[in-house]
Design a protein around this ligand. Structure first.
Ligand code: ANZ
Length: 810
């Protein structure tokens, strides 16, 4: 027989599958639907190892689900708008659309080489006008519902990318994409009202996400339960937000954020110079720098005082940048005895510190205290509140009393801010709003969508929206009065595109709605896989989008994804992230050329537990390569030797069915590396069985058939070749997954020692349920035992089930 030659057979099968439309999803096909989706890539121009790792195992699992009888939808597309297209276009002087579509073409080719069951007939790119039309439609619908609004205020600005960023795109004070420290600018921008859904987004009961993803989202939403308390100031009442209303009597000063609206009015003439200098300096710092607890607290006195709502004491009002304008009300009551930041501030500026929570049996806080006390205790120095337990237990009581006096209100705040979606860049979805001098901001009517992105635009970033420069495009008419009006010239954050793309795959060319409502039964996505880097941004946004779609009546789902799992990362050999600059990149195309697709697929499933990832080992691929050669020989090699191996038909069935059982369970829980290991181990048994009397028996044929089917999801090409070479018609990929014979899959035999007159002489393998008679008969028949009984009289036989047999002779 020929040697295993993956290249010829792989391209042959890929062509035939394509011709036969083997992977085209048909919603009318039998079987319960299963929607499996892997996060779509950005069309950077090359599918790298990370893409392969992210896609191969989910493909195997989708194939397995199909063999299990499910009608599996497994689509793919491209997340095609965004800065890299523009940056590359600027660098290489090509149009971003051209650059993007040519990358999509080459990446689709690379994807096809991977031999997945992706239904390419459903492919789309988010930069297709027929796709982004629906981004625009959604935007206008959000606008009508008050969920899209324009607002002036401080925003994050990336000076390198020359655009604003959403809070979620600022990581440690730097642009999530390029790492440049983010500045703050006062600009009027579009927001989507994700905060309306803050509470609901904390509920994960209908979406199975890894613990750490839920935690990251929960922290990002940042729910805080507390109260708002009102203090009178010379500039009017000022409300502060506190999670510790039980410490209200310990408030000894107020602090406003430098950008707080009342700063100017509260600043006395004497303090004006100092306050203005401080505010200007704070404006040059990033949020992160400000919040960092390292370094000295800074601040400045406004010269004014607030009146404590209960005691009537006069509290100095300070300005300090550790108070953020974007959180709570942008001002705080400082309780230095019990808040670390306030304590440091009070110490530095010599402000009063009043203890109001004392630990049970504790000493009063002295003037030499080294820090704030934030533990439990009893309320002291607080008049009518004295004696109450501090902390959670009394918060409600204190709020109630303050509420009765009209100076406080229970209040829950969230760290989550509305989603800033406008961008001053070219390569994105134009915001479908026109401005009429008469009628203000008006949404573009649905029948005029899409508002197409103009093609010949000077898009070198200047900090201004490039679309502004295309005057012809900008000039339009008002949908209300028909008079002259101007288009909004910003584009949408590309996370809008990915917030609902999973719906588009149901009916990628439907032109009446974002997706065909008749296809809603394919929702939700049953298994969504992708990188952990999307734990907050993409997943939170798409959960939000689905809830809005539900409220619009577009879907009955509360969640887009029933089940989410994250793959780990394949690192370079050096355990660092693979990157060209580090020179540690392993290129999947090179490996495919050398070893074939199936070997690369196997290796990527075998290399590490899929959810963990690990370093690339260039030698490691030899194992899978050798394995597939052995598989080939097993089926097609000449049988030159044997029988000289002792594999019984029962051994064979046990090996096959126990493997099948394991592989089935491992597919179920996405344990891909152990699947490959089990298949390799089974191969060893089969190779031995081929040289044993079991060869050629019905059990042998069953074993090969089951093995062939088990190979199909992992190594689809060689499995298909085997299927056909064994003389079967159809494709192995539409066969059913074999059924475990549970009786065969468990070995119900035990091996126990046999003694003759107290000396161990041999051992027997007997059924766990064997009777005493059967066990003893088996023991006597064992040659090593028989020798010692021969010619003697058996006086006594002892059988301890599962443990030992003793035959006493004389
Ligand atoms: C008085 C107090 C006493 C506070 C105490 C804490 C401990 P979380 O839990 O993160 O919601 N705070 C409120 N608004 C702020 C802002 N804009 N910038 C900085 N800090 C702000 O934090 C809520 C607490 O953080 C609030 O409760 C407030 O300080 C402070 F023993 O009020 B607290």
């Amino acid at each position: 027989a020929e040697r295993y030659n993956p290249h010829a057979l792989e391209s042959k099968w890929q062509e035939r599958w394509e011709e036969a439309g083997l992977y085209r999803f048909d919603e009318n096909a039998p079987g319960e639907k299963f929607y499996a989706l892997t996060m779509f890539p950005y069309p950077s121009g090359n599918l790298h190892m990370g893409h392969w790792y992210a896609n191969v195992a989910p493909d195997a699992r989708a194939r397995w689900m199909r063999m299990r009888g499910h009608n599996v939808l497994f689509p793919m597309g491209f997340d095609a708008f965004g800065l890299p297209a523009e940056n590359a276009a600027i660098k290489n002087n090509v149009n971003p659309a051209k650059w993007t579509y040519s990358n999509i073409a080459s990446m689709t080719e690379q994807f096809r080489r991977m031999g997945t069951m992706i239904d390419w007939s459903r492919q789309f790119a988010t930069c297709d006008p027929e796709y982004y039309r629906w981004n625009q439609w959604f935007f206008t619908e959000f606008f009508r519902r008050g969920l899209a609004y324009k607002k002036g205020g401080l925003v994050n600005w990336c000076p390198k990318d020359q655009t604003v960023l959403a809070n979620e795109q600022v990581v440690d004070g730097a642009c999530e994409r390029c790492g440049t420290p983010v500045e703050r600018r006062n600009l009027s921008q579009w927001y989507l009202k994700i905060t309306d859904y803050a509470e609901e987004l904390l509920d994960f009961s209908e979406t199975d996400m890894p613990e750490r993803v839920r935690l990251m989202q929960t922290n990002w939403i940042g729910k805080s339960v507390g109260a708002e308390i009102v203090f009178d100031t010379p500039a009017g009442p000022e409300t502060v937000f506190t999670t510790r209303p039980d410490t209200v009597m310990g408030a000894t000063f107020l602090v406003l954020a430098p950008e707080h609206a009342k700063v100017e009015a509260l600043t006395t003439d004497e303090q004006r110079g100092a306050v203005e200098a401080y505010v200007a300096a704070a404006g040059r710092k990033t949020d992160v720098e400000r919040q960092q607890d390292v370094g000295e607290k800074t601040g400045v006195f406004t010269g004014s005082f607030a009146t404590h709502p209960v005691s009537g004491h006069q509290l100095p009002i300070w300005v300090a940048d550790y108070v953020l304008v974007t959180y709570g009300t942008g001002s705080i009551m400082a309780v230095p005895a019990h808040d670390e930041r306030d304590f440091a501030f009070a110490r530095k500026f010599g402000l009063e510190i009043t203890e109001v929570i004392r630990p049970e049996d504790g000493e009063p806080m002295g003037a030499d205290a080294e820090g704030a006390y934030s533990g439990p205790g009893v309320i002291v120095n607080s008049g009518e509140f004295d004696g109450l337990p501090g902390g959670k237990a009394s918060i409600a009581t204190v709020i109630e009393k303050l509420e009765a006096q009209g100076v406080a209100k229970a209040r829950t705040t969230y760290r989550l801010r509305d989603w800033l979606v406008s961008r001053q860049r070219y390569w994105g979805t134009p915001i479908p709003i026109v401005y009429c001098p008469e009628h203000g901001a008006q949404p573009v009517p649905a029948d005029q969508l899409p508002v197409r992105l103009p093609e010949n635009v000077e898009f070198t970033p200047t900090g201004q929206s490039p679309l502004k420069l295309d005057r012809e495009w900008v000039q339009t008419t008002c949908p209300v009065c028909g008079g002259p009006a101007e288009r909004d010239t910003d584009t949408m954050d590309t996370f809008v595109d990915s917030s609902w793309y999973m719906y588009r795959f149901l009916s990628p060319h439907h032109d009446q709605h974002p997706f065909d409502p008749d296809k809603a039964n394919l929702l939700p996505v049953d298994l969504y896989t992708g990188g952990i880097e999307h734990a907050i941004l993409h997943l939170l946004y798409s959960r939000f989008w689905t809830k809005v779609m539900r409220d619009m009546g577009l879907t009955a789902q509360n969640e887009p994804f029933a089940w989410l799992r994250n793959q780990g990362m394949i690192l370079g050999e050096d355990n660092e992230k693979m990157s060209k600059s580090r020179g540690n990149v392993a290129d999947p195309d090179d490996l495919v050329r050398e070893y074939g697709v199936d070997t690369v697929r196997t290796y990527l499933m075998f290399i590490a537990p899929w959810e963990l990832g690990g370093p690339w080992d260039p030698q490691g691929i030899n194992g899978p390569a050798k394995w597939l050669s052995r598989v080939w020989t097993l089926f097609f090699g000449e049988r030159t030797a044997g029988p000289d191996e002792a594999v019984t038909a029962a051994d064979l069935r046990y090996a096959v069915h126990s493997t099948l059982k394991k592989v089935t369970g491992d597919f179920d829980r996405l344990s891909f590396n152990t699947i490959v290991a089990a298949l390799m181990e089974l191969t060893n048994t089969l190779v031995r069985a081929r040289r044993s009397p079991a060869f050629g028996t019905p059990e042998w044929n069953e074993a090969l058939d089951i093995f062939n089917r088990m190979l199909a999801p992992v190594v689809p090409h060689i499995a298909e070749e085997i299927w056909h070479e064994r003389g079967q018609s159809g494709s192995v990929h539409v066969q059913s997954w074999p059924v475990v014979d549970d009786a065969a899959a468990t070995r119900d035999t035990v091996t126990i020692g046999v003694q003759v007159s107290g000396k161990v002489r041999g051992q027997v393998s007997i059924s766990k349920t064997a009777t005493q008679e059967e066990a003893l008969a088996a023991a006597r028949a064992e040659p090593d035992v028989a020798r010692f009984i021969e010619g003697k009289a058996v006086v006594k036989e002892i059988y301890v089930p599962g443990r030992i047999i003793n035959i006493v002779v004389k």
